[in-house]
Design a protein around this ligand. Sequence first.
Ligand SMILES: Nc1ncnc2c1ncn2[C@@H]1O[C@H](COP(=O)(O)OP(=O)(O)O)[C@@H](O)[C@H]1O
Ligand SMILES: [Mg+2]
Length: 427
Amino acid sequence: MNVLLLGSGGREHAIAWRISQSPRLAKLWIAPGNAGTAALGENVSDVAPTDPEAVRALAERVRADLVVVSSDDPLAAGVVDAVTAAGIPAFGSTRAAAEIEWSKAFANDLMARAGIPTSSGRVFEDADEATEYVRQVDGPVVVKADGLALGKGVTVCDDATQAVAAIDAAMRDGAFGASGSRVVIEERMYGRETGGHAFSDGVTVRHMPFSCDHKRIFDGDRGPNTGGMGVYSPPAWLTPHHAEAIRTSISERAIQAMAEMGRPFAGVLYPGVMVTESGPRVFEINARFGDPEAQVLLPKLRTDLLEILDACAHQRLADVPVEWDDRATVGVVLASEGYPGPVQTGRLIEGIGDVDDDVQVFIAGAKRVDGRLLTSGGRVLCVVAQGETMEDAQAQAYDNVARIRFEGAQYRRDIGDTYARPLDFTR
Ligand SMILES: Nc1ncnc2c1ncn2[C@@H]1O[C@H](COP(=O)(O)OP(=O)(O)O)[C@@H](O)[C@H]1O
Ligand SMILES: [Mg+2]
């Protein structure tokens, strides 16, 4: 098969790595790709992954048998719709199905109708009404820009004063552009977060192992939010009872509700879940793999990824059993100096060749210039190791992180430390 993959993150490097191992692959193209995917296929740099017509034309030119769409903006732009309309199979959801991610108001409405446990939320299109509402509630709420906002549109508030400031930023100052013209105001939940990824072809659901991201920049969950500084999987703190509740009452119910609405969801469904005192409750549903969750989950996959993606694109996932390695896995992100603010780039990365054979290094913000690998973005790379125990996986991950060097590199030292910690519902 000829495969065209869209995107340029560490997630796409991990997807390209697994696709490139498939016996069914003839040739892999990645648009635009990065320094990691360049070693696995052919990068095409002059096509914007969010331009449906340009992607369709590229897919036709390279005679793609499958187009893989793994990031939010191309899904929301309708790339899958354009490609499949031209008769080319695609992995990923339609624009209509991806609304579960690109509109938080749509997701809340769907969850309410399907009986999916979530926090109570209200949608506002008028800043004065939103302000009056948070003053009335007068307690901890979360203010969310409705649309996609590069992971920056959500403010978790302790009180009404913070909530009013967040409403002003989104609705009066236009901090998130059109994405903030509507806001969702939710009850703030307390507990611990996990992600429940699943493949679906619209009907059949194949669950992946659970994983936990570390969003804050500093150890102990301090400092500003980032795109994700590291992931471990599986969480020992998640009880089998709660895990089953997430699979059935959240993921499977969402897939069924989307099908009943006439918007079947095919692709990766990734609900973000807070395990609260009253059980698991959703705070968002994504329509694609998390980044860096993909980098940690895909090394655990025992089944041919291309077989799964192709089956999802052809509504025959029921025929494909999906198997996972249940060992502990840890991924540690190395980021540039200054991240998540403005960063210094162009710094030489050394030592990637010194990592263990069974450790993966997935490239995100790095580029090759005259044979040398230089930093080019906020999150630079992710080092992933597996072990019989979480401690083994952590030890090997950090041992290998220490072999990779670039000036100003920052990473968290505590990825995986909470994997067996009892839940605490006060924060
Ligand atoms: N209702 C909620 N209660 C408590 N925390 C929340 C709630 N909703 C979101 N959060 C926190 O805010 C983060 C970002 O929210 P999310 O809905 O995932 O937005 P996005 O990923 O689109 O920026 C979550 O990872 C979670 O930590
Ligand atoms: Mg999120």
